[in-house]
Design a protein around this ligand. Structure first.
Ligand SMILES: *Cc1c(COP(=O)(O)O)cnc(C)c1O
Length: 383
């Protein structure tokens, strides 16, 4: 193979250049400027939210979500064990403790039975409830939030959705039918890092079910400064606002969102069909009650060593693939956290491999990936 096939790269094929030129020619490059508001409004309407707050990163959005939810020293926050570390770090920025919850095998997300059991147990024993629950929609598959939300709402626990990988995913049945991922919980957070569904170079977005929460998050993201000529601040704020330059790229990307999602879903469908009859490959979750964003197409191999053999073999073929994140309990900063459940997240993390999923992936490139996977599996006695 002559050309390397990357795992996930952005496609800047719309108005990015034009809007950037507009930023430069109008001298609006910082966080004051018309693209920030246009991007926020466009984003809110794309996912059916009333308001959206543009942030400097997805991590910043999660931090603001937790601050507005009341995460603080002496409290804990339930977080999916299997996720990128940025879902948990903001809990610690707030001085709160992380309690890790294992995944369910069906969706790889937070196990709703474990969460419900934990909240009920605390309720009956009189133990303090968590300040919040951070529910991650891993790799773009919607978490089974229905049962979690109904108990969390009853017991007054805010649910923060980490939808960093799941822009465009939605639920299609039950109480959440028709809702976009990120709009079901108290607060939803998105990321526009380089390889996410949309990119702004780096950036994030926060949406909230209650308007006042979004307003407070926006205020905190701009150093909690009170409008006016003098510098008065009514809280401890942050410098978390997105710049006009980044928002200009974001708006141009947003205009192409449907096309990106369509392409990602077709890529996932093609992989699904190609691997359907291959015993050594377990395909990613695709439950009928939700629609996935298919951010990164990720398969499970029989075990860690099979996964590593395939990964290194494909690298020799010029194909970039990647294991998913190690569970948080295997990370130095989270190794001593309390854990609820266990065993599922480790299994998935040890066996998972993400395959090239860029919206710009050409048909012949995907065919090359599929055939290299099948060849490597056969020669490794895995197929
Ligand atoms: C990317 C990501 C984040 C963090 O977003 P940044 O914009 O990189 O700060 C948080 N959570 C998950 C699950 C992610 O994949």
């Amino acid at each position: 193979m002559t050309r390397r096939i990357p795992l996930s790269v952005p496609l800047l094929a719309g108005n990015e250049q034009r809007y950037l030129t507009e930023c430069v020619s109008t001298n609006f490059v910082s966080s004051v400027g018309p693209f920030v508001t246009r991007f926020e409004r466009g984003f809110a309407s794309a996912i059916g939210a009333a308001d959206a707050v543009a942030c400097s990163s997805g991590t910043a959005a999660i931090h603001l979500a937790l601050v507005t939810s009341g995460a603080a020293p002496g409290r804990d926050v339930l977080v999916s064990d299997l996720t990128f570390v940025a879902a948990a770090n903001p809990v610690r920025y707030c001085g709160a403790d992380v309690t890790l919850v294992d995944s369910e095998p069906r969706t790889w997300n937070l196990d709703p039975a474990l969460v419900v059991e934990e909240l009920r147990r605390r309720d009956s024993s009189g133990e303090a409830q968590p300040a919040a629950i951070v529910a991650v929609h891993l790799l773009g598959h919607p978490a089974d939030l229905g049962p979690i939300l109904s108990v969390a709402t009853e017991l007054g626990v805010p649910v923060v959705e980490d939808a960093a990988e799941a822009l465009g995913a939605s639920w299609s049945t039950g109480d959440l039918a028709g809702k976009a991922v990120g709009t079901a919980g108290s607060v939803g957070c998105f990321s526009f890092n380089g390889n996410k569904v949309l990119t702004t170079g780096g950036g994030g977005m926060l949406v909230a079910r209650v308007g006042a929460v979004a307003t407070r998050a926006r205020h905190l993201s701009t150093q909690a400064r009170i409008p006016g000529p003098e510098y008065f601040h009514d809280d401890i704020g942050y410098n978390y606002r997105l710049t006009n330059v980044a928002a200009a790229i974001g708006l141009a990307q947003l205009e192409q969102l449907e096309g990106f999602l369509d392409r990602k879903r077709k890529i996932a469908d093609t992989y699904d069909r190609a691997f359907e009859a291959i015993d050594a490959i377990e395909r990613p979750p695709d439950l009928s009650w939700g629609r996935r964003s298919s951010w990164l197409y990720t398969v499970l191999l029989p075990d860690r060593s099979a996964r590593e053999r395939l990964r290194t073999g494909l690298a020799e073929d010029g194909i970039e693939t990647r294991p998913i994140w190690q569970p948080l309990h295997r990370q130095a900063a989270y190794a001593s956290c309390r854990r609820i459940g266990g065993g599922v997240a480790e299994q998935i993390a040890d066996r998972a491999l993400s395959l090239p999923s860029s919206p710009s992936l050409a048909g012949h490139e995907q065919e090359a990936v599929v055939s290299a996977v099948l060849t490597r599996l056969r020669s490794g006695d895995l197929g």
